[in-house]
Structures are given as structure tokens and as C-alpha cells.
Design a protein around this ligand. Structure first.
Ligand SMILES: Cc1ncc(COP(=O)(O)O)c(C=O)c1O
Length: 411
């Protein structure tokens, strides 16, 4: 990607923020967490204005990063953009593992700054926080979001406070600390960390950057859908498998496809959205199967795929709506299948997935075997983080990889 000169100013089209439960309008250009009804807020745009202002052909002249979609993003003044180089992520084909006549693609988000798709959300969230005068922010995290908050916050001159579950791997905690945040391990899971952030808000004067508790991280995650449609020549795949914790990416992509249709860049065809969870923490799957609108809290949540270990999600009803509207489904896979999937994709295709990404492959296999998707479908799996940030599954090799090479073996 050529060096990007400072960001140009482009017209912006944000009109208001809308409560996802009541539709009540909230003003933009001021700080918000949840709506007055206590639900997530979504950014709304003058889409007719966007349609007039930019054609999809205009994108050809723009750098290959998420800021190419500026007219569909909320940052008004280019001077507020906080960027670490959010490059477009590749679609990697799993040609050997795909069934005949079908297509299996991985959108590999591990190539982003801080090694995960959390960079998209935090690039937007932190840029907006900076533009609205935030100087201190806090967040609960399973690791990757905290790393992105730390990095972007430091770059923006915002002090950051990060809380993660006690068993968060050392590499994540160190990465967060090294990138400038104050980070604590907490006895409990991500929802316990979230409670600390909420409780300390007034005393510490920090802005709560929890996912969907501020309106802008989702706008960054939305760019996964914009990018995917553009990469496929303004087509969408038949089905998307998304590792679902808080579900921001799934909700964001669903929003992206609706906005693209409204500005005439996509037709009416939409992908089926599949929410993938781990059997040890599957509140959305349970709610989907029970036909419920909201998900119950999942007790004793556990899985190797820590990014999707979210026992209660504030956007649960939005995930379920998107899955149902798209004629998709929610599916759970166990940790054994996740580890096997990781080894299979790395060993067969040379692509190292993170456990959450591997969960989507295991779920795709299961859905195919159960006839829930077609063999001829084009399926896209989301690998949301770099496989290198996680402990490796046990390697099955004919060699003992713990022993040094013995030159006598060649004699
Ligand atoms: C690697 C990875 N995959 C998936 C997720 C879940 O993302 P979402 O909150 O959009 O459901 C996370 C969140 O921490 C993650 O780090």
C-alpha cells in the first residue's frame, strides 16, 4: 500500500443517533453511552446524500484501508482521525477444504494493527472520543479489544484503563501494558470487568468504551461488511460465519449491507448471517433455538476461544434480529472441534487461525454435514485475530519437536 498522505477532508453525512429499542433520536457531536432507554445507539446517515456524493467507482482512486469509506463513517474532521494503518484484509481461499462446486473463503482480520479486527472498532471509537474531548477511557476486554484501545488511546493522547479476566494470557496483558494502558486482571469474566468500569465511571472520570455502550466502535466493525462486498465485486456471499461474543461485528455487517443497498451499491440479496459460539458459552444459540428475543445469562462460561467467552451481551436482541432477518442461524461447537479445526486448516491450507476463527470453520463443517447450508454456497468465515497471539494446539508430528536436531540422523 503506498504511503498515505494526511487524511483529506471529505463531506460527512451523519444525521443523528438512534436508540435500537425505541427509535428515539439522540443528537450527534456530543458524548453518549447508552440511549435514554438504556440500549445501544446506532449512527444514522443521510444515505440519499451519500448516494449523490459518491459512486462506488470513485473508490478505485482511494487507498486500500477502511478510511476509503469515509462518507459512511462518523468522523467529521480529518484532523481527528487516529490511525495505525488499518489495511484492507485479504480473502484467503480454502480451496482444498471446500466442497466441489462450492467456495470457502476466510477474511483474515489477523493482519490488522494489534493483530485483530478490534483495531477497526477502536480506530473509529478512539477517533470519535478524541473529537469529543475524551481524555480518559476504560474498557472490559477478553484481550484483543484492550490491546487496540491501549494502542489507539496512546496514539490519541487518551489515558486508558483496561480490565480483563484473571486467566487472560500473559501475552495479551503485556501487550496492553506495553502499548500504554493501565491494565488489571480481575477475578471473574468479562461481565465482571464491565461492572468495574461502570462502577468507576464517575469517580475516575473515564469514558466507558465497552462494546455497544458507545455508538462508534460498531461503525468501525461495519467496514468488514463494506470491504467484503467491495472485494467480491459488489456481491455478497451466500453465507457468513461469524464468531460471536458481543456480536458487534455481526450487527455491524448487517448494518453495512442495509446501507449499501440504500445507496444502490448492492442489490437486495443479503448473506445468511450465522452466529458461531462455543458449546461452553452459547447464550445466543440457546436463545435462537428457543425463539427468544433476548438471551439469558450463561453461567460458568468456558472455552479456549476467549474472544467469544461472553456470557451476556448487551446487543443480544440485535444479534438475534440480524440472524433471523437474514434467514441465518446460530450454532455452537465444542473446544475439541475448535482445536481440531485449527490444526486442520493450518496443516491442509497453511493458514493459522485463532481459536475463534477456527470455531467458524468447525461450525461451517457441522452446518454442511447437517444440510443447513448448501455444498454449492460461497461461504465466508471470519478469522478475527492473528493465530500467533494464542497458545498453539498440541502438534501431531512424526518428529519429536522438543528435541534438537541430531546431525547423526543425516549420516
Ligand atoms: C478473535 C476474536 N474473535 C471474535 C470476537 C467476538 O467479537 P464480537 O464482540 O464482535 O462478537 C472477539 C472479541 O473479543 C475476538 O477477540
Amino acid at each position: 500500500m503506498p504511503y498515505r498522505k494526511p487524511f483529506p477532508d471529505v463531506p460527512t453525512f451523519v444525521t443523528h443517533l438512534e436508540c435500537t429499542a425505541t427509535g428515539e433520536r439522540h443528537e450527534v457531536d456530543e458524548l453518549h453511552n447508552l440511549s435514554r432507554a438504556g440500549k445501544p445507539l446506532l449512527v444514522r446517515y443521510d444515505l440519499a446524500g451519500v448516494k449523490q456524493a459518491v459512486r462506488r467507482e470513485d473508490l478505485a482512486a482511494r487507498p486500500f484501508d477502511l478510511w476509503r469509506y469515509r462518507e459512511l463513517l462518523p468522523v467529521r474532521d480529518a484532523a481527528h482521525i487516529v490511525s495505525l494503518g488499518e489495511a484492507m484484509t485479504p480473502l484467503v481461499s480454502l480451496g482444498r477444504l471446500a466442497p466441489k462446486g462450492g467456495e470457502l473463503l476466510v477474511k483474515d482480520e489477523g493482519r490488522l494493527p494489534t493483530g485483530s479486527f478490534k483495531a477497526r472498532g477502536l480506530a473509529l471509537g478512539v477517533s470519535m472520543a478524541k473529537s469529543l474531548g475524551v481524555t480518559r477511557a476504560a474498557m472490559p476486554t477478553n484481550g484483543n479489544a484492550g490491546a487496540a484501545l491501549a494502542a489507539y488511546g496512546t496514539r490519541a493522547g487518551i489515558e486508558t484503563y483496561v480490565f480483563c479476566p484473571a486467566d487472560t494470557p500473559e501475552v495479551n496483558v503485556s501487550e496492553i501494558a506495553l502499548q500504554g494502558a493501565k491494565v488489571w486482571r480481575v477475578n471473574g469474566l468479562i461481565n465482571d470487568c464491565g461492572r468495574i468500569v461502570a462502577a468507576g465511571k464517575d469517580k475516575m472520570g473515564w469514558f466507558d468504551m465497552s462494546t455497544l455502550k458507545e455508538p462508534y466502535r460498531i461503525e468501525g466493525k461495519k467496514t468488514m461488511g463494506l470491504e467484503l462486498a467491495e472485494q467480491l465485486g459488489w456481491e455478497v456471499p451466500e453465507v457468513i460465519f461469524y464468531p460471536t461474543g458481543g456480536g458487534t461485528g455481526l450487527i455491524g455487517m448487517w448494518k453495512a449491507f442495509a446501507e449499501l443497498e440504500a445507496i444502490g451499491w448492492l442489490g437486495a440479496k443479503k448473506p445468511r448471517m450465522v452466529a458461531v459460539q462455543a458449546s461452553g458459552c452459547a447464550p445466543i444459540v440457546k436463545a435462537f433455538e428457543e425463539g427468544a428475543e433476548h438471551a439469558d445469562f450463561w453461567p460458568d462460561a468456558h472455552t479456549v476461544a476467549s474472544g467469544i467467552r461472553v456470557p451476556a451481551a448487551i446487543g443480544d436482541f440485535l444479534i438475534l434480529q440480524a440472524v433471523r432477518e437474514s434467514d441465518g442461524f446460530a450454532i455452537a461447537v465444542d473446544d475439541e472441534a475448535i482445536e481440531e479445526a485449527r490444526a486442520e486448516v493450518a496443516g491442509e491450507e497453511g493458514l493459522l487461525l485463532c481459536p475463534e476463527g477456527a470455531a467458524t470453520f468447525a461450525a461451517w463443517k457441522k452446518a454442511l454435514a447437517e444440510g443447513r447450508i448448501g455444498a454449492g454456497d460461497r461461504a465466508v468465515l471470519f478469522n478475527c485475530g492473528s493465530g500467533l497471539k494464542y497458545p498453539m494446539p498440541k502438534v501431531t508430528s512424526s518428529l519429536d519437536i522438543t528435541k534438537p536436531f541430531d546431525a547423526a540422523a543425516l549420516a
